[in-house]
Write a protein that binds this ligand. Structure first.
Ligand code: NAP
Ligand code: G4F
Length: 324
């Protein structure tokens, strides 16, 4: 039975990837960092079927011990300080986790077992102030936040360890992907959660920043399949993963409120607190190479994603589940 180790298993993507790998017959190990409260809500339903092991991307020794103990065939590095807005408030911490954390993990692999296959969670935020549209594997990077800069470092150190040490290391350049398990601070989930609260009479307004920003939004469940396919390709190659469609925050708002029978203009207030020092105005990816070489295609449409998230948030509140 192949064994995969996932960093960031408590996050959105980690939970979907763990489910996917279990269904493929993998033994799944998840690295978790110490926190004062349990944050396993996204993996509660599979906790009996996976092994959790302590570790932190800030602690090199913990990574080496973890690999020595579990001896995985594949490592998926999904852990990161992943919220762009926070990266301006905590730029050094973001660099430690999201940039240098990748080197710590790659070095641990090099030391313990260079045969381990490695996946790095690269991001469309690396394209930032885009120099080409749509963005593809060959598009130059121009990051617009400390997070984007850290991801560029993580991307290039993965390329460098592949070229320097012959590691089977790949980066997936994933465009935004969402789900009912998305963190409440990201704009999509912030909207769908608040739509549900307004619909149920629990709230009256939604405060947002820039409504003109455009993103290429897909479904996280589709994207974790691309991670696995990439790692199991015969050659270690980097791919863009995206839907090829771009929509504004306003379009997302419109669909989400409409689905609940509401008009967003009655509830949305623009709040400067949610504006960014430097914005990424437009992202839209070209995943032609992944389609051609990996056979990967997104399954969930933009409208289907918005409806899925609104329905899940309404149900969660109706069932009395605390939203997280
Ligand atoms: P997420 O929900 O924010 O999950 C991040 C995970 O990283 C959590 O499990 C978190 O653990 C863990 N983590 C943070 N700092 C850590 C550290 N120092 N040591 C160990 N674990 C740490 O993010 P996501 O949306 O699933 O994204 C997964 C990865 O893909 C991230 O690297 C993100 O930057 C990247 N990415 C995401 C998207 C997207 O649209 N979702 C697009 C492109 C790239 P706690 O639960 O303990 O906080
Ligand atoms: O949902 P967001 O916070 O996601 P963002 O910044 O695009 O980053 C996400 O996708 C990246 C891939 O491109 C990942 F690498 C990263 O880890 C993360 O998953 O913001 C989306 C857009 C931005 O333009 C932002 O300015 O929505 C705009 N926005 C407007 N009002 C808001 C808000 N974003 C947030 N979070 N909160 C608002 O109130």
């Amino acid at each position: 039975m192949p064994k995969a180790l996932i960093t960031g298993i408590t996050g959105q993507d980690g939970s979907y990837l763990a489910e996917f790998l279990l269904a493929q017959g993998y033994e799944v190990v998840g690295m978790v960092r110490r926190s004062s409260t349990i944050n396993f809500h996204r993996i509660e339903h599979i906790q009996e079927r996976i092994t959790l092991t302590p570790g932190d991307l800030l602690d090199q020794v913990s990574l080496i011990h973890m690999l020595e103990e579990h001896r995985p065939d594949e490592v998926y590095n999904l852990a990161a300080q992943s919220f762009v807005q926070t990266s301006w408030a905590q730029p050094v911490f973001t660099g430690e986790a999201t940039a240098l954390g990748v080197t710590r993990l790659l070095d641990a692999i090099r030391i313990v077992d260079p045969q381990i296959r490695f996946y790095q969670a690269s991001s469309s935020e690396m394209f930032g102030k885009v120099v080409e549209t749509p963005q593809r594997e060959t598009t130059p990077f121009y990051p617009r936040s400390p997070y984007g800069v850290a991801k560029v470092y993580g991307h290039w150190i993965t390329v460098n360890y592949r070229e320097s040490y012959g590691l089977h290391a790949v980066s997936g350049i994933l465009f935004n992907h969402e789900s009912p398990r998305r963190g409440l601070e990201f704009v999509t989930r912030k909207i769908t959660h608040q739509v549900a609260r307004i619909k149920l009479g629990l709230s009256r307004e939604l405060r947002l920043g820039n409504l003109d920003a455009r993103r290429d939004w897909g479904f996280a469940g589709d994207y974790v399949k691309a991670m696995w396919t990439m790692v199991n390709h015969d050659r270690p190659v980097d791919y863009v993963i995206a839907t090829g469609e771009t929509h504004s925050v306003e379009e997302f708002l419109n669909l989400a409120f409409n689905h609940a029978g509401l008009d967003w203009r009655d509830y949305v207030v623009q709040d400067p607190r949610f504006m960014r020092p430097a914005e990424v105005d437009l992202l839209v990816g070209d995943a032609t190479k992944a389609g051609r070489e990996l056979g990967w295609e997104p399954q969930v449409t933009f409208a289907g994603l918005v409806q899925m998230m609104v329905d899940a948030d309404v149900k969660m509140l109706q069932d009395g589940v605390t939203p997280v």
